[in-house]
Design a protein around this ligand. Structure first.
Ligand code: SF4
Length: 329
């Protein structure tokens, strides 16, 4: 059966599951879920170690995005409660300082845009310079689709990791976004890699995709070989086209975590948005003992997360050390 194959292939040899194998894991009955999570945990401990990477995120520019990603409350095309806002440099530095104080090693500056314009690039440059002079933390960015020149500029500013999510499988992407293509996202990810920045590429589970498409997405992520994959679960936001989609069941979410870990044995697999909604308080525990080895601490971009201390206490209780900054350089 698939978990026996995975034990030999993924745990022993470090070779991720392929698309068909991921699909088998996604189809496992609930009674096999504890075994799948236990194996995913063993794989994570063997190929990534016990450390958990902690990251904070801040929104430099919120709302008013021209794109139409159907899950996103920051699109200016939908009637949502998110209001356009922009952060100044001192607030950015303060947010970086607060994030570093939790023990986090990554601080990600996010902007709701199709891609950066000259003003945003200038703001990011000023923000990164100020953070680097005052706070000991890696700076990551998530600024949408990049040109080759912009990728070069960000690398030269010292951006350690760049986030750009594929969000969905290639075959399902046109049901999620119509204002840009999956291929444009893929091309940006290649530019990020070419310029020596770490590649962070995530997805959202529970947007109406089939299990086949979820397996396809895992295979496409494995092909990309990202350094980090933030796994989001759809939190259906009022006013967006996906507002009425059902929330993933905890079993479904946990099975997906296990399956993605078995497809990506060495990747930093991060619990990102929607976990509180899908998994509740228990989710953090089951996730970090089921294949997850990184968390976003504090609040997400437009929704509230858990109290950071709750997550830090949990890691202490599970004897999972927070990854130190020196190990990430
Ligand atoms: S590009 Fe980003 S901010 Fe804009 S609508 Fe899509 S997900 Fe939201």
């Amino acid at each position: 059966m698939i978990l026996e194959t995975a034990r030999e292939q993924v745990l022993e040899r470090g070779e991720g599951l392929d698309e068909a194998q991921v699909l088998e894991v996604l189809r496992l009955p609930d009674q096999d879920l504890p075994d799948a999570l236990a194996l995913a945990h063993e794989v994570r401990m063997r190929w990534c170690g016990p450390e958990v990477e902690v990251e904070g995120i801040v929104s430099l520019k919120t709302g008013g995005c021209p794109e139409d990603c159907h899950f996103c409350s920051q699109s200016g095309r939908f009637e949502t409660t998110v209001r356009a806002a922009r952060l100044d440099v001192p607030s950015l530095v303060e947010a970086a300082r607060e994030t570093a104080a939790t023990g986090a090693t990554e601080f990600c500056i996010v902007a709701a845009v199709r891609g950066p314009d000259a003003r945003l690039m200038a703001d990011v440059r000023a923000g990164i310079a100020a953070i680097q002079s005052e706070v000991d933390i890696n700076v990551a960015c998530s600024l949408g689709i990049l040109t080759r020149d912009q990728a070069g500029e960000l690398a030269e500013m010292g951006v350690h990791r760049y986030n750009h999510n594929l969000e969905a499988a290639r075959s399902y992407f046109p049901q999620v976004v119509t204002t840009h293509t999956w291929e444009e996202r893929w091309d940006t990810l290649q530019l990020v890699r070419e310029h020596g920045m770490e590649v962070c590429c995530g997805c959202i589970i529970g947007m109406g995709e089939t299990l086949e498409q979820r397996a396809e997405l895992a295979a496409q992520l494995a092909e990309l070989e990202p350094d980090e994959v933030p796994l989001n679960f759809l939190d259906p936001r009022p006013g967006t086209p996906f507002a009425d989609l059902p929330v993933s069941s905890p079993e479904d979410a946990l099975r997906t975590i296990a399956a993605f870990r078995l497809a990506l044995p060495r990747t930093v697999l991060r619990f990102a948005g929607g976990r509180e909604l899908t998994l509740g308080d228990l989710g953090a525990r089951q996730g970090v003992t089921g294949g997850i080895n990184a968390i976003i601490i504090g609040n997400y971009l437009t929704t509230l997360g858990r109290d950071p201390q709750q997550d830090l206490d949990l890691l202490g209780e599970l004897s999972m050390p927070i990854k130190a900054l020196s190990e990430t350089l």
